[in-house]
Design a binder for this molecule. Sequence first.
Ligand SMILES: [Zn+2]
Length: 487
Amino acid sequence: MLRYFNFNSEFRSMNVKKLLKLNLKRRNKHKVMAVGYALSIAFAFVLSITNNNNVSASVSKKDTFDYMLLENSIQNGINDPETIYPESSIENIKSLYEIVNYGSREKTVEQEIEVSSGDTFLSILSDLGMDYDEAHDIFVKLKKVYDPTSLKIGQKIAITTTIDSKENKLLSLDNITIMPSLGQRYIVEKTADTGYTVRSEKDELLEEVNSARGEISGTLAASMQKKGVPHRVIANFINIFSYSVDFRRDVRKGDSFEIIYENQITPDGQTVKSGNILYASLTLRKDKIALYRFKDKAGNVDYYNEKGLAMKKTLDRKPLSFRQARISSPFGRRRHPILKDIRVHWGVDYAAPKGTKVFAGGDGVIQMARYNGGYGNFIKIRHNSEYSTAYGHMWKFAKGIRPGVRVKRGQVIGYVGSTGRSTGPHLHYEVIRNGKRVNPRTIKAAAGENLKGKNLDAFRRQVAMLRETHKNMFAAADNAKLASAEK
Ligand SMILES: [Zn+2]
C-alpha cells in the first residue's frame, strides 16, 4: 500500500478535474461544492491508505469493491473516472471518505420511549423523524394485532432506529416493541424489502403458588412486604378482611398473618400478575380469622371459613334471633313516645319479647358495653374503619362481652330488654357510617351464601388439598399456637 504515497500529482490533479466535470455534469451543483467534493475524494485516498485498519473494519463489501476498482485503475494507468466508476461510485467514495474520517455515520440507536401526556403512536414516530405516510402504514399494520390508540401514559416502548449520526437524521425504523403487560409483546419489524411486519409474542406463563406467614410489627403491609408478598396481593389481603377488621385500630404488634397466593410468572422468572389469594388468615390477639377462596359451581368466587360459611360483607339489618320481629319505630323524624316532641330517631326499633337473643350485626370488636343513660344497657361494635353498630335497651349482655373482645357476625352479644328510656321490650339498633348514623334498613343485604351440598363437598376437598400441599406452613402455625399456649 505504501507505494500509493508516491502516486504522482499529475494523476491526482487529473482525477480531481475529471471528477469535477463529472460532478457538474451529473448533479449540476455549485462549482465550489464540487471542488471541495473532489478534494475530499483525493483526501480519502491518503487517509484510507494511512489508516487502513479502520477502513477494513467499517467499509462494506460494496465499498471495498469500488475501492479495489479504483486501486486497479490506478495501477493500470486509467485516469478517466467515468470509465473507472459505475453510476453510484461517487456517493460510495464520498461515504468512504466519511467513514475514514468519522467512522460509520450509520448508527443503530436503541431507545426506550415513555409515553407521556399528549403523545400518540403517530406523534412518537413523527418525533423520531418518520414521515406521515410511513408512520401511518405502521399504524395500520400494528392495529391488526394491537390497538395503538390504547397506549397509556407511562407505558414504555422500545424502539430501534438507524440514524445518520452526523446529521442526526432518521434513516430507518428497524424495530418497535410494545409491552402492554409483562410477557406480552407486540413487535413491528422492518423487512429487507423496506416493508414492515407485525407480530405478537406471548410468553407461556407459569403458575406459581407462594405462601408466607409472619408476625406483625409496624403496619400489616410492611410486615407482609418483609416476607416478600407483592403489593397487589397485600392490597387484596386487606380488602378481604376490610369488612371485619379495622386495620388502623385492631391490628397490633405481635398479631400475625398467613397467606397462600398464586403468581403468574414469565419463563425468566418475572412476576406478571400476582393474583388470587387462596387462603388468608389474621390472628388478632387470641382471635384467628381464616378464610379460603372458593369458586362455586355457578362460578361465583367468595371467601369462606373452614366450615364453608361465607364471610358476610355487610351488616345484618335485623340482628335478632326473633326474625319476625316488627319495626315498632322506624329511622328518621318522629314524635317521641315519651318526650312527645318531634325529633329524629337515629335507629330502628324492633319490638321483641324480653330475652330475645341479640346478634352482632357483623364481625368486629366490642367498643362499648355498659349502661349508657337513655340507651340503657348499650353495646357498640366497631366493624371496620367505616362502620359501627349500636344496640340499646338490652336486658343484659351475653357472657364475655366487654370492650376489646372480637365478635363474629351472628354471635349472641346480649338479650332484648327495656332498660333506659323505653316503653316496652325492644331492640334499638343503630348503624353508624363514618361517624354518622344511617338507616339500617338501607344497608345492602348480605351477599355471601353459606356453602351447601356439592359445593360444600368440593370446598372441603379443596381445603384438605391446600392444607396438604402447604402442610409446612400450617404445621408451623400450629406449633406457634402451642408455643404461645405453653407460655
Ligand atoms: Zn329507638
